[in-house]
Design a protein around this ligand. Structure first.
Ligand code: ADP
Ligand code: MG
Length: 910
């Protein structure tokens, strides 16, 4: 109560911010007359002038008013659209690295031109991020005309471009593209071997369109590049043999059928430890020591395979007719159908294969991955725009340091948002919806019906078909066709069924969209008077239809269920009533809806009872809207918490990735890495001597055997260390010097044999390849660690802290490995004979994992990996015909020469 009062008197912080922005608008308008007076050439020349001023000390902020005026004038000349004042505010908000909440139809595409132009003046490249290829192309072509007029270049990154095309697009002043493409390019760049092969420049500024969708809904979706993993089928079989015996005793484990989890009891853990050690699977130490992460992971999966997954219920064993190999095929628990080709992830499928004694298929392993959340946090300056952000303002602030500014509409919203209607059952609800649609159609009012899933959109469509109501169904699968349908969803009497994401970014205009219809219907016609006449007829018809629809009340948005998140509901509502158009919205609900069942409190049930809900009748009451909003807020908060918690784990890997990628880039850029590898060599020798010769130890106490073995293993040098130890007056320092001298001699000879150019090349490529290899192994170890960590969170220990400590230990181990392997490989590298002609190329796969299916904290994934075929592609650009590309082959992939051997054992062998 007090809050409301205080706000009425003092205004909200948003009001105060808006007021400050508003004050700055007249300064921009002040430049307008001068701009109008300029010729086209003189207006374009402003770009050059601005750049000069920047070079001589002006800041972007200094230039803002005049630069925005230049863009406004250019848009008037090129597009015939003059940025509204509220759009100027939006531009300033974006420039300052905030989120501009502007309703659908407010012209956010045009808003982005202001900060994009201004920031591109610095020459560092601006990225404008859209949700799909169709929108990236559309916006780049549309707004590119404004930039081009002002002498700036525009690039667009879409699916299927070559690296050269990508590099060119990233070199442009302003680059449009989808979040997927930007993210995958980042990952692929960091797997390359030469700096000049990278396609992206350093990040500077990104404007993310539909920012809530990308940074909240899709935030947790990891982009993954994977390749075949090392063969660990033997390990699966060994572990299986142990677990098979272990689980015969039901005392060893506890399972929860409903949650599909199983864990070993304390007795079980002890047994397992002992048996695994006997089987030679465990390295020394106990089960939960860091060196045994992989073994524990495999064991957990095997226990699940043996105790939770039943043959002929959850899966079948079937001979695959294509290759005549016995395979495990998953059975869909709802439909009972066999899901050919689907595999459980995280090694569970392999564990089942071992259990059933069929060949264990090779795993795919993550080579690189990043979530959108972490990708976008890489930009020094980030901004976003959307119609719906304020409900998630806390999350934007806390996770991305992005402040949301709600910007008022250009024209007041005239849409009427009705209270929800609640029915007893889903059947009655849909009955009412159909009735409502029939009435709307009778008065020529177009209807947009929102559903919460593809499945439900299809159910609704079936009902409409039964009643012979013509309609279109959109479910966010085919963006381009969708845009052509949704753009016409405002025609008189049109009925369009959509999921909440479908057609996002495409504007629904009342009466339809004349330009789109002309392009579609007259696209094949030759330009001339005849075409113009028909185009005019279409324009007239659309204009007339617009009047009809306005008279009928504008676009009517019908929601068939409340979404978990208010934001998604608002997004749907916002489809109607753009730019002051008439419109209406109403949600039809039933007590059987998910949100009502799960989160509607018992009190709501009681309340409805009291109000007396009868068959076929609805209850409409403001109280219900409030109660639902409360339930939604609860779910939103819970989801935010989950995301926040997961992020804490992500951050650990994220920090390490940044460090590794930065280091890697340094290596790539460097003229040579001789100094780095020499340092590594020194450290390896120091470590070796340090571990074999304890401090202040007498030569008799030295571990000369280890010293001898290790110098042989690491450098291929057979040194008389035993004799050295027998010498008078020798100490560890003396031994270190002698080994160093020997190794330096070896390396000097090698350098002389190879010559400086080849040596430079060899050092660099060995270093990069080893780095990739150990990083990849490290990723897998982290994965296993994360999944196992829950099991270790006994007692007082905080799992996150445990995870951090162990991840740090693993990272240090990775660095030691890097030094050792690099040093050792370089000491052993030989000139290879020329290669025979190649035959085929190995493949890498790019995947986005649906977060709902990604591995949870509880040790595994039920549903497995959803590979989205559209995102699958050959990533590495290995051309078998061109040996100079072979270095891109993943180490464990088949060698492109066609030998049938793994690359690392064939041409990748250094
Ligand atoms: P949003 O992304 O905010 O939903 P769009 O960028 O798709 O909106 O723009 C909606 C429509 O408004 C487009 O047809 C666009 O051409 C038009 N529009 C945007 N700004 C202006 C303007 N300043 N003057 C006239 N039309 C505009
Ligand atoms: Mg848009």
């Amino acid at each position: 109560m007090f809050n409301r009062l205080a706000r009425a008197i003092l205004g909200t912080s948003n009001d105060r911010m808006l007021k400050a922005y508003r004050k700055r608008v007249p300064a921009i308008a002040g430049h307008e007359p001068a701009m109008k007076a300029l010729s086209d050439e003189a207006l374009a020349a402003k770009t050059v002038e601005f750049r000069d001023r920047l070079a001589t000390g002006a800041t972007l902020d200094d230039l803002l008013p005049e630069a925005f005026a230049v863009v406004r004038e250019a848009a008037v000349r090129v597009l015939g659209q003059r940025h509204f004042d509220v759009q100027m505010i939006g531009g300033m908000v974006l420039h300052e690295g905030r989120i501009a909440e502007m309703k659908t139809g407010e012209g956010k595409t045009l808003v982005a031109t202001l900060p994009a132009y201004l920031n591109a003046l610095s020459g560092k490249g601006v990225h404008v991020v859209t949700v799909n290829d169709y929108l990236a192309k559309r916006d780049a072509a549309w707004m590119g005309r404004v930039y081009g007029f002002l002498g700036l270049t525009t690039g667009v990154i879409v699916h299927g471009l070559t690296d050269d095309e990508r590099r060119a697009a990233y070199a442009a002043d302003i680059t449009y593209g989808t979040n997927n493409e930007f993210g995958f390019d980042y990952l692929r760049d960091n797997m390359k071997y030469r700096f000049e092969d990278m396609v992206q420049r350093d990040f500077s500024f990104a404007i993310v369109d539909e920012v809530d969708s990308i940074l909240i809904d899709e935030a947790r979706t990891p982009l993954i590049i994977s390749g075949p993993a090392d063969d660990s089928s033997e390990l699966y079989r060994q572990v299986d043999a142990v677990v098979r015996v272990l689980v015969e005793d039901p005392e060893t484990y506890e399972k929860d059928e409903k949650m599909r989890t199983v864990s070993l009891t304390e007795a079980g853990t002890e047994r397992a430890e002992q048996m695994l050690r006997e089987a030679g699977v465990l390295k020394d130490g106990n089960l939960y020591d860091i060196g045994n992460i992989a073994a524990v992971h495999h064991m957990n999966q095997s226990v699940r395979a043996h105790t939770l997954y039943r043959l002929d219920v959850d899966y079948v064993v079937r001979r695959d007719p294509r290759d005549n190999v016995q395979k495990i095929v998953i059975i869909d628990e709802f439909t009972g159908r066999m899901m050919e080709g689907r595999r459980y992830s995280d090694g569970l499928h392999q564990a089942l294969e071992a259990k059933e004694g069929v060949p264990v298929q090779q795993e795919n392993q993550t080579l690189a991955s990043i979530t959108f959340q972490n990708y976008f946090r890489l930009y020094p300056k980030l901004s976003g725009m959307t119609g719906t952000a304020s409900t998630e303002a806390d999350e934007f602030a806390e996770i991305y340091k992005l402040e949301v500014v709600e910007i008022p509409t250009n024209v007041a919203v005239a849409r009427k948002d009705h209270d929800d209607e609640v029915y007893r059952s889903a059947r009655e609800k849909y009955e009412a919806v159909i009735h409502e649609i029939e009435e709307a159609r009778a008065r020529n009012q177009p209807v947009l019906m929102g559903t919460t899933s593809i499945e439900k959109s299809e159910q609704v469509a079936a009902l409409l078909r039964e009643r012979n109501i013509p309609h279109n169904v959109l479910n966010a699968r085919f963006h381009e066709q969708e845009a052509t349908i949704i753009v016409q969803a405002g025609r008189p009497g049109a009925v369009t069924v959509a999921t909440n994401m479908a057609g996002r970014g495409t504007d629904i205009q009342l009466g339809g969209n004349a330009d789109m219809r002309i392009a579609l219907e007259l696209g094949g016609m030759e330009d001339g008077p005849e075409k113009e006449a028909r185009a005019q007829a279409i324009r007239d018809e659309v204009a007339a239809n617009r009047e009809i629809v306005k008279a009928a009340g504008g676009l009517y948005v019908i929601g068939t269920e409340r979404h978990e998140s208010r934001r998604i509901d608002n997004q749907l509502r916002g489809r109607s009533g753009r730019q002051g158009d008439p419109g209406a919205s109403k949600f039809f609900l039933s007590l059987e809806d998910d949100l009502m069942r799960i989160f509607g409190s018992d009190r709501m049930g009681g309340m409805l009872q009291k109000l007396g809900l009868k068959e076929g009748e609805a209850i409409v009451h403001a109280w219900i809207n409030k109660a639902l909003e409360k339930a939604q807020k609860k779910v939103e908060a819970r989801n935010f918490d989950t995301r926040k918690n997961l992020l804490k784990y992500d951050n650990v890997m994220n920090d390490q990735r940044r460090e590794v990628y930065a280091q890697r880039k340094e290596f790539m850029k460097a003229e040579d890495v001789a100094a780095t590898v020499a340092e590594m060599r020194e450290e390896v020798i120091s470590d070796l001597v340090g571990s074999a010769i304890p401090e202040n130890a007498m030569p008799e106490q030295w571990n000369t055997d280890t010293l001898h073995e290790e110098t042989l293993r690491l450098f291929g040098l057979d040194l008389p260390v035993k004799d050295w130890a027998a010498e008078e007056g020798i100490d560890d320092e003396g031994v270190r010097e002698r080994i160093t001298r020997e190794v330096d001699g070896l390396m000097a000879k090698k350098a002389a044999d190879f010559g400086p150019d080849l040596m430079r090349y060899v050092e660099k490529s060995v270093l990069l390849q080893v780095l990739d290899q150990v990083w990849k192994e490290h990723l897998l170890a982290l994965d296993h660690l994360r999944q196992g960590i829950g099991l270790r969170a006994y007692g007082q220990r905080d799992p996150l802290n445990e995870y951090k400590t162990e991840a740090f230990t693993l990272f240090n181990r990775m660095l030691t490995e890097l030094r050792e392997r690099t040093t050792s490989l370089l000491a052993r590298v030989q000139l290879a004979p020329p290669a025979p002609p190649p035959e085929f190329a190995p493949q890498m796969t790019e995947t986005r994992i649906d977060p709902a299916f990604a591995g949870g904290m509880d040790g595994g994934t039920e549903a497995g990996v959803i590979e989205r075929p559209a995102l699958r592609r050959e990533a590495n650009g290995v051309d078998p015909a061109d040996p100079s590309t072979w270095h891109r082959t993943p180490r464990n992939a088949a060698c492109p020469c066609g030998s049938g051997k793994k690359y690392k054992h064939c041409h990748g062998k250094v």
